[in-house]
Design a protein around this ligand. Structure first.
Ligand code: F6R
Length: 607
């Protein structure tokens, strides 16, 4: 979604801003712009399209040392130059960039129009610039503070005023904003990746906080002018982690990183002696863990599917009733919070609005909500009542891959922990531990032989519909595989339980709708084979992801992707890798923009 970067310092502002925006490209956007303070004039340059298009129209000699920049993911108003940020009020004095949605912008706009303001764009954001200008009485921070009491909605804003050169005011309510502290320079950003090349020292703003920066000062305060002392934190990521490092796409890099990212997720958290998991961040005593009667997992998209794997493990192995709910639905169903239930929210970014708002609603109702997040210091990570980081490192590609396998890793550890406190024997626990420990090497083996998957992508990429079918633990993996294919290749794909197709989807089967079946050698294998036969009997083409040596499956399907044999409990890890690769190679085959698929954003910070 939209990205913000701001800079005050001795350096060339336009360069710093353009570089910062380039780093934010991964979030998904449709236009971009910058504003630089040049000889006490605020120069705005903005354009529909990519950062490279913007770069072409930024004069090389644009000589200013403070400024703000933005990547826009359209919500109000079509994608065009006019609606791109930064927005300026009609006096030309206030310029701002905004992430989020202003719900009451129409009322404010009507009133300001009556007062003589002229608006140039169709956006809700432009209204804020006019509002701040109308409230300005010689102090930008004060005008921004006053405007906050009039705005309804979510916002992360960076704003400049022509009469206060070298100063930027940032304000946050619902959209992330972070201050970066450099050596004689200050930064603002919606996401640390925008400023990681310059500083690792950051201050995360909370909702309803304001920050005012100059090149060598910053001041944080609340809406009531109270100064707030904020903790300076250090970003744990290295610059190389947000670079492609020789890979063609971030998605490719992130798929190949999984043997290491899974190791990072489980490292120090497996207790072999006790055949259990160890998750310090839960902040719960053994007695409290023993008293959990039910688990709810709340998330969106890929994180939701990881949560489904988690719920299956927790219920089937730890014997705790567990279910997964879509965050976007939880918030509005007036959820019943059960006193003995434990709630998890799962979010790679830790900023997904649906998940964040669901979490807050559950907390309001008294739930204890634990977070499973990747981005350290993200809003969900900070506001949850405890939780676990997955330590995937930055995930830049819009399509989530390594976060999924790290999220399920946390659920494996949680299952071990809770199951060993209940019915799981030491021996059975150790078998699961052994299987988890083998996973990184088994994934490496799959990644060493991607030729089959690449040639299958060539063969199948021009089909326009796909079914992804799996059962039990691998049902959610089928859903994830379908999501991956549709989001990056734009091939229509649906995931189902393979048992479910006879209840409707089998009507779609003919020679033009291939099915991809997940066939682990578990207790449901024979039933899945029956489902494959049902599809074959109707001229459906079938690709199977099957366990090495399963000749029976090979004999009845059109194509097979082999995965190593393992304990059936950990097949989701091995099943998902070929599906990620299949989606990736199909997207390449169709010349799609793999890392930034159309219409999508990395971190969905609006509802
Ligand atoms: C799919 C994908 C999305 C995200 C979803 C939740 O590849 O990336 O479906 O999984 O938007 O995002 P997080 O996990 O950041 O809350």
């Amino acid at each position: 979604m939209c990205g913000i970067v701001g800079y005050c310092g001795p350096g060339p502002a336009s360069e710093v801003l353009l570089e910062g925006l380039k780093r934010l490209e991964y979030r998904g956007y449709d236009s971009a712009g910058i504003c630089v303070d040049v000889d006490d004039e605020l120069k705005v340059i903005k354009k529909k399209g990519k950062i490279k298009d913007l770069k072409e129209i930024v004069p090389e000699d644009l000589d200013g040392h403070s400024g703000i920049g933005h990547t826009r993911w359209a919500t109000h108003g079509e994608v065009n130059d006019r609606n791109a940020h930064p927005h300026m009020d009609d006096s030309g004095k206030v310029v701002l960039v905004h992430n989020g949605i202003i719900e009451n912008y129409e009322g404010i706009k009507r009133r300001l129009k009556k007062e003589g303001h002229t608006f140039l764009s169709d956006t809700d954001s432009e209204v804020i610039a006019h509002l701040i200008a109308s409230l300005y009485q010689g102090n930008l921070e004060a005008a921004v503070r006053k405007s906050a009491f009039l705005l309804k909605g979510t916002y992360g804003i960076a704003v400049m005023h022509r009469d206060e050169p070298g100063t930027i005011v940032g304000i946050r309510n619902g959209s992330p904003l972070v201050l970066g502290i450099g050596d004689g320079e200050m930064f603002l950003a919606s996401d640390v990746t925008a400023i990681l090349a310059h500083t690792k020292q950051v201050v995360y703003l909370e909702d309803k906080e304001i920050v005012t920066i100059t090149a060598d000062t910053y001041r944080t305060s609340d809406y009531y002018e109270q100064e707030i002392e904020k903790k300076i934190e250090s970003i744990g990521w290295e610059l190389e982690q947000i670079e492609k490092d020789g890979y063609e796409y971030f998605m490719e890099k992130e798929i190949w990183e999984q043997p290491e990212s899974i190791l990072r997720a489980v490292q120090g958290r497996i207790d072999r002696e006790g055949a259990t998991g160890h998750l310090g961040g839960l902040n719960m005593t053994p007695r409290q863990l023993l008293n959990i009667k039910r688990i709810y997992i709340v998330a969106a998209g890929t994180s939701f599917y990881a949560g489904m794997v988690g719920a299956f493990l927790l219920e089937s192995i730890a014997r705790i009733p567990a279910s997964t709910e879509l965050a976007s639905e939880v918030r509005y169903k007036n959820p019943v919070v059960e006193p003995d239930a434990l709630y998890f929210v799962v979010s790679q970014s830790g900023e997904t609005a649906d998940t964040l708002y669901a979490m807050r609603e559950l907390q309001r109702k008294g739930a204890t909500v634990l977070g499973i997040c990747n981005v350290v210091g993200s809003t969900i990570a900070r506001e949850s009542d405890g939780g676990v980081y997955i330590h995937s490192g930055p995930e830049i590609a819009v399509a989530s891959t390594k976060a999924f396998t790290s999220q399920i890793s946390v659920f494996y550890l949680l299952t071990l922990l809770l199951a060993r406190m209940r019915h799981l024997s030491f021996e059975d626990g150790l078998e699961i531990v052994d299987a988890i420990e083998k996973v990184p090497d088994q994934i490496k083996k799959i990644l060493e032989k991607t030729d089959t998957i690449r040639s299958l992508a060539k063969k199948y990429a021009r089909y326009t519909n796909f079914l992804f079918l799996g059962r039990g633990l691998n049902y959610s993996v089928a859903l994830e595989g379908a999501l991956k294919l549709k989001e990056i290749s734009y091939i229509h794909a649906e995931g189902y339980s393979s048992a479910e197709i006879k209840h409707g989807p089998i009507a779609l089967i003919n020679e033009t709708t291939p099915s991809l079946f997940l066939v682990p050698d578990d207790k449901l294998r024979d039933k899945v084979i029956n489902n494959i036969k049902e599809v074959k009997a109707r001229s459906g083409k079938v690709i199977a992801v099957a366990v090495e040596g399963d000749n029976e499956v090979a004999g009845i399907v059109d194509d097979v992707i082999w995965i190593p044999k393992t304990n059936p409990v950990v097949y989701p890890y091995l099943m998902v890798i070929p599906l990620q690769l299949f989606a990736y190679y199909c997207a390449l085959e169709l010349h799609r923009d793999v890392d930034q698929p159309r219409n999508l954003a990395k971190s969905v910070t609006v509802e």
